[in-house]
Design a binder for this molecule. Structure first.
Ligand code: PLP
Length: 388
């Protein structure tokens, strides 16, 4: 059996050994509840929690008290949007703005808010997936409470001009949230300096464990409480903390931030090897920014006209290669990706699109093997296709 080549790192990533090592003490040894501070096991847990928060703050350029731990990126997005929207509604601001290419954690939260009576504007994007600052200017109104635009797109890797968009939102009195789930650990993110009010992240995208994330909340910004219960997270996010997960997330982020430049160069080289190869094939379209500086270093999204992605994925799987036809949450459904439709692809071409996303474990040999497998998979699928 061939070694598995995992090229779906935008869906999730493997936990690094150092990260697992940082997590294990909190299962059977330091298993105390961080709220039980009157005996040593609990106090040890509290110290570890405080230390993880400090480490996360260092890695992200924010204050420790601006870090709120959550159960995942989806929870952070839900809290940011629903918490901020409900808070701003009490000042009479019931209009929200987002983009049409957000993750479903944002889009479905916005739909839920529409059912609560909020009005939402969905900004279009250009052919490379960029939100145009001019469109945001035009959409802002005196009653806009919150703008939420993702830092980097999970399907095509577009890195949005979020600092500029944030400044525009602020100049109209609106809060700015960014879903940075794909960006944190991949590109530099400095929360304080960039001016955001709210930022979501998730550990499993940067070689941390699944089921843990964080919402950064700028000091002085107070979204409504989302989970009611005990007094954890300064009374703003109830629930006993996932200490092992949090310790793993802090370690994973520290490693990601320390080695970021080198890792980016390596991932971009793998991405560009495969990109150059597929661009030499017949009727291929690379989706996302033309300038690789504005695309996530490890992400490549390609459409192979006449070759449906579900079929290509089966051939790749037989060669031991894991890739994706879009976002993991949407795969398994035959609906074409909303992101690819938003950048102007036809339904037919969107259904012939593949996302390859590289991670720290991938090698130049993996990239070569992917190129060879794509040659035969695309040729074979097109040979059998009724639409080619
Ligand atoms: N936002 C983006 C951009 C994502 O890519 C994802 C996961 O794919 C999420 C949010 C959801 O994060 P989680 O899987 O931690 O709930």
């Amino acid at each position: 059996m061939n070694r598995i080549i995992y090229a779906d790192n935008a869906a999730t990533t493997p936990v690094l050994p150092e990260v697992l090592q940082a997590m294990t003490p909190f299962y059977c040894e330091s298993y105390g509840n961080p709220s039980s501070i009157f005996y040593s096991v609990g106090a040890d847990a509290r110290r570890a929690l405080d230390e993880a928060r400090r480490s996360m703050a260092d890695s992200l350029g924010c204050l420790p008290e601006e870090v709120y731990f959550t159960s995942c990126g989806t929870e952070a997005d839900n809290w940011a949007l629903k918490g901020a929207a409900r808070r701003m509604a009490r000042q009479g601001k019931k209009h929200l703005i987002t983009s049409s290419i957000e993750h479903h954690a944002v889009l479905h939260s916005m739909k839920a808010l529409e059912r609560e009576g909020f009005e939402v504007t969905y900004l279009p994007v250009d052919g490379q997936g960029f939100v145009r600052p001019r469109d945001l200017e035009d959409a802002l109104r005196p009653d806009t409470g919150l703008v939420s635009i993702m830092f980097a797109n999970n399907e095509i890797g577009t890195i949005e001009p979020v600092e500029q968009l944030c400044a525009i939102a602020h100049s109209h009195g609106a809060w700015f949230h960014t879903d940075a789930v794909q960006a944190v650990g991949a590109v530099p993110v400095r929360f304080g300096q960039m001016g955001f009010d709210l930022l979501s992240l998730s550990a499993h995208k940067f070689n941390g464990p699944k089921g843990v994330g964080a919402l950064l909340v700028r000091k002085g910004v107070l979204p409504d409480v989302f989970l009611d219960g005990g007094g954890q997270e300064r009374g703003r996010r109830a629930g006993t903390e996932n200490l092992a997960g949090i310790a793993g997330m802090a370690k994973a982020l520290e490693l990601a931030v320390t080695g970021m430049e080198e890792k980016s160069r390596r991932l971009a080289a793998l991405r560009d090897t495969v990109q150059r190869h597929v661009q030499a094939m017949e009727q291929v379209k690379v989706n996302g920014p033309e300038d690789p500086a504005f695309r996530l270093p490890g992400t490549l999204n390609v459409s192979f006209a006449g070759a449906e992605s579900e079929s290509i994925l089966l051939f790749l799987d037989m060669a031991g290669i894991c890739a994706s036809s879009g976002s993991a949450c949407a795969s398994g459904s035959l609906d074409p990706s909303h992101v690819l439709l938003a950048i102007g692809l036809s339904h037919a071409l969107a259904n012939c699109s593949l996302r390859l996303s590289f991670g720290v474990q991938n090698t130049p040999e993996d990239a070569q093997a992917i190129c060879r497998a794509l040659d035969s998979a695309v040729a074979e699928v097109r040979r059998r296709s009724a639409i080619w």
